[in-house]
Ligand binder design. Sequence first.
Ligand code: AVI
Length: 329
Amino acid sequence: MDAERAPLPVEGVLRFYNFLPEANPFLADVLAGLARAQKSLPPKYFYDDAGSRLFEQICVLPEYYPTRTELGIMQQNVAEMAQFIGPDTQLVELGSGAGIKTRLLIERLLPPLYVPIDIDGRMLRSASAQLAELFPWLNIVGLCADYTLPLELPQFAGLPIRRKAVFFPGSTVGNFTPEEALAFLRRVRRMAGAGGALLIGVDLKKDKATLEAAYDDAAGVTAKFNLNLLERINRELGGDFALDRFRHKAFYDPIRGWVEMHLESRYAQVAHVDGKRFDFAVRETIHTEISCKYSVGEFQELARKAGFSAQKVWTDPRQLFSVHGMLAV
Ligand code: AVI
């Protein structure tokens, strides 16, 4: 879609734009993924209402260290982060940012314009409305869009904006393969523009036991989150998956440096989606997610290839997680 120029003359404007395509690609993506030799489903479909609620529960699990560790890093260093980004910056967040991390950053940075981008229109609206209440002076322009696809940001006149900063917390970049992450970071680089900043959370490599516990918690919340994908297919696409006939599986592959999540068929069985038949052998899996872990140097090198220069990195004392400050060159 063409960028537009709309004046935002007053403070505290709250607007939304929809950049989602008319046709819902969910059915086509599911049918294509289940037809592959290694069956797979794109992880972006985890996040319907039930999936988003389950993900919120994951974030506070004792085993799932990334959320609270990243928050601790931000609480410790937000002043320096805001200084790194600088004043008069349009803050673009990939994800709808209801969370405390976004609030911390806005409180310090006082950006003239905040642009959250999220595929889930309801989350986007409710998170933006919460922020508008907390920061009545803040201009918010929410974009309902799939940020994993190319996207041109609208331009807004009439605000004292000197540059853009893209905020991408949560290590969601880890849900791309390194090759996909490179292509994605190149698009983020174009979005930020020359001299723009990137503040990005990246989970660090660590021992297998810690990682596997984080993705296969004792309370079984991650298992529910994974299985919700089949439930969503049943609900929205008229699928007939028997949920108790699949089990959650998660393991760390230290060679590839990523956690893999799968749904494993407990039996030889058949399932249907939209009238199409899919056969499962016993123990055959549907690959649902990877979560890449990087060393600080590996991520800096990836970002360098995408056109960023590493300026700052903040970590926690146990070196579990990193937040990188980078500039578009
Ligand atoms: C959203 N993303 C960064 C999470 C992760 O850790 O890869 C998704 C997740 N999957 C299972 N647990 C959490």
